[in-house]
Design a protein around this ligand. Sequence first.
Ligand code: 5AD
Ligand code: SF4
Length: 513
Amino acid sequence: MNEEQRLHSSQVGEKKNKDAKDYSLYFESVYVPPSLKEAKKRGKEEINYHKDFEIDPKFLNMGDTRKFFIRTFGCQMNEHDTEVMAGIFLQLGYTPTEDVKEANVILLNTCAIRENAENKVFGELGHYKNIKRDNPDVLIGVCGCMSQEESVVNKILKTYNQVDMIFGTHNIHRLPEILNEAYLSKEMVIEVWSKEGDVIENLPKVRHGKIKAWVNIMYGCDKFCTYCIVPYTRGKERSRRPEDIIQEIRHLAAQGYKEVTLLGQNVNAYGKDFTDLSYRLGDLMNDLRQIDIPRIRFTTSHPRDFDDHLIEVLAKRGNLVEHIHLPVQSGSTSMLKLMARKYSREQYLELVHKIRKALPDAALTTDIIVGFPNETDEQFEETMSLYEEVGFELAYTYIYSPREGTPAARMEDNIPMEVKKERLQRLNNLVNELSAKAMDAYEGQIVEVLVEGESKKNKDVLAGYTRTSKLVNFTGPKEIIGKIARVKITNTKTWSLGGEFIEVLAGQEVGVT
Ligand code: 5AD
Ligand code: SF4
């Protein structure tokens, strides 16, 4: 497949007489299946910045009498992509709906990280068969990470005839054209680009809420951990220009947002791809510290690129909060090697030590995979001991799930499911124990809580998060929703704190240095 084909691979797939068609041939011009060799060849020179996203005026009334519904699976990056797609829908004149049955366009923004995430999507798609039967005019689309996988696209073509559009993570800005094509065509519209070099600015967004906002700082990942599909579904690392990020966050601050989470699959690689600028995450955080917004977080970090300058900047605190999510994946150096994480247990502990020295009260949280190929009992015990040694306050724990096309999928998935489940259970018990311990330490303390709203369980109770990302439930006046309050912690549970409202924080709009 040549570059021209990669760039212009919008295709119309046949939905009728599909048994007669050879789809593998057809996909050759649409999609390059995950290939480590091919993916690693990707160059850094090809990034193009498009500053002025604009919708072709001929599409602006497309949605005037129509409603859209988006169901999102997976990580914050996907949630944020959904905000962008919702922004595009609104500019096209569509109205949002929460009721899938009254939607004229239904999109599933999918996640490919583990098999069970994919199964959920296929389950949901199955339900949409009836919706399509009752209303043949409804358009059903699949986007997000799963649409970047050849096997998934083939499965949809063969089994899920109700789908009208499939588009990839690099094609979101093309939503108006894709919808237009789907309306005009009786056939399935597929647009999945493998070419991922571009950064598109000024995309419209409908943000979820007025208190916290997500801001992409980079896209893609070049780390190629052996188990992970992300470098293939999200493409190579591309950083947004600092001025665009700073402007977006200034704008959010002016609109009254109180917290921004910087997003990237591997935010610590921010700026590595700049050829004309020596500017990394530490520099960005240092600039963002000057912005008049109370809280700035980032996710997700890779230990390998977490440098001393970043630690030094984070130690200045102010609006940079004391919570670092630092996925470790395993406590065993040999497992980490098999996972191609590019650090050892000792190097990870050394990094934790440096962070703790600079920020003794920082909350550290992590991601862990159990049951990776060849993981022995002893190696799993090393994960348990590392967890205790670091004293993580929370972890997202996963059973290893082979992803087609990744290097690990070629290793034998040789840990029996009962063993994987047993390891996960033991690890989760430890996670709960240390979470409860971390919560107990808050008893009697006064914390700053960004009040997000009423508690989901009890409308008389307010809920919000501390700088260290701990959920706090407390009683207080509703007027403080959206503000930062000082709350005295009076009781603790495994996953949340309870307390009493004291006062709204003085000068809360300014990060105090
Ligand atoms: N199997 C299980 N967990 C995975 N993760 C990523 N890929 C896989 C996989 N194939 C986990 C990692 C990562 C988190 C987002 O998902 O822990 O940090
Ligand atoms: Fe996947 Fe994160 Fe590794 Fe990138 S750094 S390959 S996103 S686990």
